[in-house]
Design a binder for this molecule. Structure first.
Ligand SMILES: Nc1nc2c(ncn2[C@@H]2O[C@H](COP(=O)(O)OP(=O)(O)OP(=O)(O)O)[C@@H](O)[C@H]2O)c(=O)[nH]1
Ligand SMILES: *[C@@H]1O[C@H](CO)[C@@H](O)[C@H](O)[C@H]1NC(C)=O
Ligand SMILES: [Mg+2]
Length: 389
C-alpha cells in the first residue's frame, strides 16, 4: 500500500470512529452521516491541506516563481553541472533530453554542461547540441584507462562470462562497451578534468523526459540539507548481472567497518539485516549527487576494492547497484533524497509526482496513476519504510 493510501485509510478510520462515538452521544448527528459524505468530505480535505513539509517535499521557500519580465531564477547557485555520457550516434536522442531539461528547468538556472565520450565528438554533434542552450557547454574525451578494460583482466575469463550471459539472455550480457560504461560511471566520470572543478552533477541520458517544471534548484536544496544523493526511481536489479557483488560488499565492510554510517539505509538493500541483498537500487540514469562523496575515502576504497575483484567484466556489475549500495551504507539515510517533484521518464518507466499539489504546480504532463512508484517492481515502498513513512 502506498503512503497516500495508508494515509487515506488512517484518516478515514479516524473519521469513522469519531462519527461512531458522536452517533452514540448525539442522536441527530448519527442519522445525517452516511459513508458517502464522509468519503467526499475527505477528498475535499486532502486537496486543501498543505502537505509539503509532512511528506519531505522541497519547501516553498526554495521555489522561484516565474517572472514574465526576467525569467532568470534569482538566488544562490551551486557549483554544479549536467554531466552527459553519450556517443555521436546519440545525437537526436540527446538533443531531445537537453531540450526538455532546458525548457523545464535550465533556461532559468543556466547550469553548465559537460559531455563526455571515449571518442571525440564530431563537429556536427557539437554544433547541433551547443545551439540548445545559452549555458556553457564543454565536450571532453575520456582518458583511455578510464574507459577500456584494464590489461590485468583475464580476457578468456571475461569472454566466457559474456558468452554465458548471452546464453541466459541477460540484457547487454554480451556487450563489452556496456561494461566499460558501467565501470566508467561507477568510478571515473567524477575524475575527468572537465568535471573535477564541480562539486555537484546531474546525470542526463539520451531520450529521457522531464515531465514537470522544476522551479527550484535541486543542487541548492541538497547543499542546504547536506544531501549527497538524489533519485526519482528505485527498482530491483537483475540478479544474474551481480551474482557475487553482495559477497564482495560484505567482505569490504569486514575490512572497513569504519566506513559504515551509523544511521545508514541498510534496510533498503536487505530484508535480513545484511545477510542477502534484496536487489533494490536507485535507477542511476537519473542522478543528482555530491561528487565529494564519490571522491571521498569511503567510496574511493569501495570502488578500488570492487574494481580489484574484476566483477565489472567477469560479471556485469551496474553503476546503479554500486552507487546505491555505497550511498545507502556510507551515508546517513537522511542524506539520500527522493525528489517526488521531478517528473522523470527513462523508457520504459516514469516517475510522476505523487503529491497532487506538486503535480499541478509543476504543470506535469505525466499521469500519476501510471507512476512507477506504485508498480510491483518498484522499491519505493521499501524506501518509504526506511525513512519512516
Ligand atoms: N560514449 C559512450 N557512451 C555510452 C556508451 N554506451 C552507453 N553510453 C552512454 O551511457 C549511458 C547509459 O547507456 P544506455 O545505453 O542508455 O544504457 P541503459 O540506460 O542501461 O539502457 P537503455 O537506455 O535502455 O538502452 C547513456 O548516457 C549512453 O549514452 C558507449 O559505448 N560510449
Ligand atoms: C534578471 O534576474 C537576474 C537574477 O535576479 C539578474 O542577475 C539579472 O541581472 C536580471 N536581468 C535583467 C536584464 O534585468
Ligand atoms: Mg539509458
Amino acid at each position: 500500500m502506498n503512503t497516500a493510501a495508508r494515509y487515506l485509510y488512517l484518516v478515514l478510520g479516524a473519521i469513522i470512529s469519531f462519527h461512531y462515538i458522536l452517533a452514540f452521544t448525539h442522536q441527530e448527528y448519527g442519522r445525517i452521516t452516511s459513508f458517502d459524505n464522509i468519503a467526499s468530505h475527505f477528498r475535499v480535505e486532502t486537496i486543501q491541506t498543505p502537505t509539503f513539509v509532512d511528506r519531505n517535499l522541497v519547501p516553498l521557500e526554495y521555489y522561484a516563481p516565474p517572472n514574465p519580465w526576467n525569467d532568470t531564477a534569482p538566488g544562490r547557485r551551486a557549483n554544479a553541472a549536467f554531466v552527459i555520457l553519450c556517443r555521436n550516434t546519440d545525437l537526436t536522442r540527446i538533443i531531445g533530453s537537453i531540450r526538455e531539461i532546458e525548457d523545464r528547468f535550465n533556461r532559468r538556472y543556466n547550469y553548465p554542461y559537460v559531455l563526455l565520450n571515449e571518442v571525440e565528438f564530431n563537429d556536427d554533434f557539437k554544433k547541433r547540441v551547443s545551439v540548445l542552450t545559452s549555458a556553457k557547454m564543454e565536450f571532453g574525451l575520456i582518458p583511455h584507462d578510464h574507459w577500456f578494460q584494464p590489461d590485468w583482466i583475464d580476457e578468456d575469463k571475461a569472454t566466457e562470462a559474456r558468452k554465458k550471459m548471452v546464453s541466459q539472455s541477460i540484457i547487454y550480457g554480451g556487450s563489452k562497451s556496456y561494461r566499460n560504461m558501467c565501470r566508467f560511471n561507477s568510478g571515473f566520470f567524477f575524475r575527468h578534468d572537465l568535471v573535477k572543478k564541480y562539486r555537484w552533477y546531474w546525470r542526463i541520458e539520451p531520450n529521457v523526459h522531464f515531465h514537470c517544471d522544476i522551479n527550484f534548484d535541486p543542487f541548492v536544496y541538497m547543499e542546504d540539507h547536506k544531501k549527497i544523493y538524489a533519485f526519482t526511481i528505485a527498482m530491483y536489479e537483475y540478479k544474474k548481472t551481480i551474482p557475487t557483488l553482495w559477497k564482495h560488499v560484505k567482505d569490504f565492510i569486514d575490512l572497513h567497518p569504519e566506513f559504515v554510517a551509523r544511521n545508514n539505509a541498510l534496510d533498503f538493500l536487505s530484508d535480513d539485516s545484511g545477510t542477502t541483498y534484496n536487489l533494490c537500487h536507485f535507477w542511476s540514469n537519473f542522478e543528482i549527487a555530491d561528487m565529494n562523496f564519490w571522491r571521498g575515502a569511503a567510496y574511493t576504497a569501495f570502488f578500488d576494492y570492487l574494481e580489484s575483484q574484476g566483477g565489472f567484466y567477469y560479471e556485469r556489475w551496474g553503476d546503479a547497484p554500486v552507487h546505491s549500495i555505497a550511498a545507502a551504507l556510507f551515508a546517513n539515510k537522511d542524506q539520500i533524497q527522493f525528489f517526488d517533484e521531478i517528473g522523470y521518464e527513462h523508457f520504459p518507466y516514469t516517475h510522476c509526482p505523487r503529491d497532487e499539489e506538486t503535480w499541478r504546480r509543476g504543470m506535469c504532463t505525466c499521469e500519476r496513476e501510471q507512476s512507477f512508484d506504485q508498480d510491483g517492481y518498484s522499491c519505493m515502498s521499501k524506501w518509504d519504510k526506511v525513512i519512516g513513512r
